[in-house]
Design a protein around this ligand. Structure first.
Ligand code: KG4
Length: 327
C-alpha cells in the first residue's frame, strides 16, 4: 500500500510547530519553535504577542519541516492544522497557512482538534496502541477522562469543573515565585521534597475533577509562611494532584471495565505523576515520549491521519474554534 504523508501544523498557544508524519505513526520531521522565553517575562502567555510571533515563524517552521523530511511538496497527501481549542489569534495563523498550502498544492485540508492530537502522541510513541482505551488528558488547557471508542470516536466521561491541571501547576508555581512555565519547575523541586503537607482533595460523586481548592490552599499556606520548604510544598502538591487523577482513573476503569490506560498532555511529562500511574496494578499503561507530551505538530499530523482515513476533510471556510469540543 502507498505510504501516506501528512503535514501537521500547530499554533494553538505559544509553540509554532510543523511536522511530517508517515502513515499516522512514524515521525519523519518535527520542528518546534517555542516562545517560552518571550512570554516568561510576563509570567504567562500573552495572546497578542503569541499571534505576532506565530506570523513571524510559521513560514520558516513549515519549510524546515518539509526540507528535514527530505520529501517533495508533491509527496504530501494532506495538511492537518489545529483549528481548536486554543487562542483564537494564534490558531488563525497556522490555520490560514494550512489553508493556503491546501489550496496551492490542491490537497485535502483537515481541521484537527488539539486535544485529539495530544491523545495521538501516544500512537506515535506506541506502535501497538489501538482503541478502545481510556485517556486521562492532563494539559495546560484541559483535564478530562475520555473513552476512546475508535480513532475518531470519543466519549467524555469526566472533566474539570474549574482549573485544568496544567493551569493549576502554573498558578501554584506563580504563587511560589518559581517562574514560567511552572510545571517543569515544580517537577524539579518536588524531586527533592517530601509530601508532608496536607492539601484538600475535592471529592465529586462522578468522574469530574476540581483543582482550584488545592491551588487556593497552596496560596494560603505560602502567603502565611513564605519561608516554608518549597520542595516539600511542591511534592505535596504533586502527590495531591496525582491522588485525584488516579482515584478518578480507578473509578473510570470500574465503570467501563476498560483496562488500557493512556495519559496525555503537558502534565503527563511530570515525573512523579508518571511514576504513580506506573504503580497501578492489572492495567496496561501507555504514556507519550517526553518530547511529545507538550505541544508539537507530529501529534496533529497523527490525529489528522485518522480523520483523513475516515474522509473527515474540511473545506476552506473552516474557522478557528477557541472552545472546540471533541467529536
Ligand atoms: O499540553 P500542553 O502543552 O498545553 C495544552 O495543550 O494545553 O501543556 C502545557 C502544560 C503547562 O501547564 C505546563 O506547566 C505543563 O504542561 N507541564 C508540566 C510539566 N511539563 C509541562 N507539568 C508538570 N510537570 C512537568 N514536567
Amino acid at each position: 500500500m502507498k505510504d501516506t504523508y501528512i503535514l501537521g501544523i500547530e499554533s494553538s498557544c505559544d509553540e509554532t510547530a510543523a511536522a511530517i508524519v508517515k502513515n499516522g505513526r512514524e515521525v519523519v520531521s518535527n520542528v518546534i519553535n517555542t516562545q517560552i522565553d518571550i512570554h516568561k517575562v510576563y509570567g504567562g502567555v500573552v495572546p497578542e504577542i503569541a499571534s505576532r510571533n506565530h506570523i513571524l515563524n510559521i513560514s520558516e517552521v513549515v519549510k524546515t519541516a518539509i526540507s528535514d523530511a527530505k520529501i517533495k511538496m508533491s509527496n504530501i497527501d494532506a495538511v492537518a492544522c489545529t483549528c481548536g481549542p486554543g487562542l483564537v489569534g494564534a490558531l488563525l495563523v497556522g490555520l490560514s497557512y494550512g489553508k493556503a498550502l491546501s489550496f496551492a498544492l490542491n490537497i485535502p485540508l483537515i481541521g484537527t482538534n488539539h486535544i485529539e492530537g495530544h491523545i495521538a502522541a501516544n500512537y506515535i510513541t506506541h506502535k501497538d496502541l489501538k482503541p478502545p482505551f481510556l485517556c486521562i488528558m492532563m494539559s495546560g488547557g484541559n483535564t478530562q477522562i475520555v473513552h476512546i471508542k475508535d480513532y475518531t470516536k470519543f466519549e467524555i466521561l469526566g472533566r474539570t469543573k474549574d482549573d485544568a491541571v496544567g493551569e493549576a501547576f502554573d498558578k501554584v508555581a506563580r504563587i511560589m515565585e518559581l517562574g514560567y512555565p511552572g510545571g517543569p519547575k515544580i517537577d524539579e523541586l518536588g524531586k527533592k521534597g517530601k509530601a508532608t503537607i496536607e492539601l484538600p482533595k475535592t471529592h465529586l460523586d462522578n468522574l469530574d475533577f476540581s483543582f482550584s481548592g488545592i491551588k487556593t490552599a497552596v496560596m494560603n499556606i505560602y502567603h502565611k509562611n513564605p519561608e516554608i520548604n518549597k520542595e516539600d510544598l511542591c511534592k505535596s502538591f504533586e502527590k495531591t494532584v496525582a491522588d485525584i487523577l488516579i482515584q478518578n482513573t480507578k473509578k473510570a476503569i470500574e465503570l467501563t471495565g476498560i483496562k488500557t490506560i493512556v495519559i496525555a498532555g503537558g502534565v503527563s511529562a511530570n515525573s512523579y505523576i508518571r511514576n504513580e500511574f506506573l504503580k497501578l496494578n492489572n492495567i496496561k499503561i501507555y504514556m507519550p515520549d517526553l518530547k511529545l507530551c507538550t505541544d508539537n505538530a507530529a501529534m496533529i499530523a497523527s490525529a489528522g491521519y485518522y480523520d483523513f482515513l475516515e474522509g473527515k476533510i474540511s473545506d476552506l471556510t473552516l474557522n478557528a474554534q477557541p472552545d472546540l469540543k471533541m467529536k
